[in-house]
Write a new protein. Structure first.
Length: 304
């Protein structure tokens, strides 16, 4: 509409009822839409850009000649016609070609974002699938050993395992779970581990949680804690702290390790964890690993 009014009031000496441009406008609309609906998609898809420019120039030339000798009937030369009226065909064609390319670019960006999102979701599912079997395997081993040594305690252990399996199989499919469920999952896991390492390792487990009314990505903390149990040295303490204050969760896990050369092997699980943190929390987390006399992992997440 802006193009039409500019044409009528600025670049034309005719009045509205006498203006041949209004008649030509209908043909121009057909040309513009034919260009956007058929010509541009066809030539861009085929990557025939030079051919498109040639066709574009031919259409502009013929349309201008049609306007001069049929609608305006100016009787001027070809060059005079092009000089005075070519813009009327060229400007809308160029402008709406640009609009078409802009929308095509935006559509492509949406497709790229959708593919990235799908890739992230698939990667998260893969990373979580690496965690789940370890938790189940360790708990089953514990129940199996207790079925011989202390069979009376097995039913309670099976109930705890049932809760953990429910959390792993169902809750972990959600993007976020309640902090209460996640901590309960950790509590059950540590109970199993205390039974397994009784008399061999000392577990110092401490919680300082001001509120459970938060959401957290599932199965994040278990990687840190499980690695501590799996790779810690015999007759060593395992210290675990989970603290939540003002919407900020801090998890600190410290343990001695068997062999300096082994540190690299159990860092794989922590690299998996860091990848998940990057995908889910981006800049809202802090993750550090310190290796000295003990192996210490520090994780801080903004839950708000």
């Amino acid at each position: 509409m802006l193009f039409v009014f500019v044409s009528l009031f600025v670049f034309s000496d005719f009045y509205w009822k006498e203006n041949p441009f209004l008649q030509y406008l209908f043909l121009l609309v057909i040309i513009v839409y034919a260009n956007n609906l058929w010509l541009l998609p066809f030539f861009v898809k085929k990557r025939m850009y030079v051919m498109y420019i040639f066709v574009f120039a031919i259409i502009s030339f013929l349309a201008t000649q049609l306007y001069c000798y049929t609608f305006a009937q100016c009787g001027c030369t070809v060059f005079k016609c092009l000089s005075d009226y070519l813009w009327q065909s060229l400007v809308p064609l160029i402008f709406f070609s640009f609009v078409w390319m802009l929308y095509r670019f935006l559509d492509e960006q949406e497709k790229v974002e959708a593919i990235k999102k799908e890739h992230v979701e698939m990667e998260l599912k893969f990373l979580k699938s690496q965690i789940n079997p370890h938790v189940l395997f360790n708990n089953l081993n514990t129940i199996y050993s207790y079925s011989f040594e202390k069979p009376n305690e097995v039913p309670d252990m099976i109930l705890m395992l049932s809760d953990n399996l429910k959390h792993v199989l169902y809750e972990s499919n959600s993007k976020k779970v309640s902090l209460e469920k996640e901590v309960q999952f950790i509590d059950n896991y540590i109970k199993f581990q205390k039974i397994r390492v009784e008399g061999v390792k000392e577990i110092l487990y401490k919680k300082e949680i001001d509120s459970y009314e938060y959401q957290i990505a599932p199965l994040l903390l278990i990687t840190i804690i499980e690695n501590a149990f799996k790779h810690s040295a015999l007759n060593n303490d395992i210290s675990i702290l989970i603290k939540v204050e003002d919407g900020v969760l801090v998890c600190v896990c410290e343990n001695g390790f068997k062999d300096v050369n082994e540190v690299g092997s159990f860092k794989i699980g922590l690299q998996n964890l860091e990848k998940r943190l990057e995908l889910i929390y981006e800049d809202a987390y802090e993750f550090n690993i310190e290796k000295g006399e003990t192996f210490k992992v520090y994780l801080k997440i903004e839950l708000l």
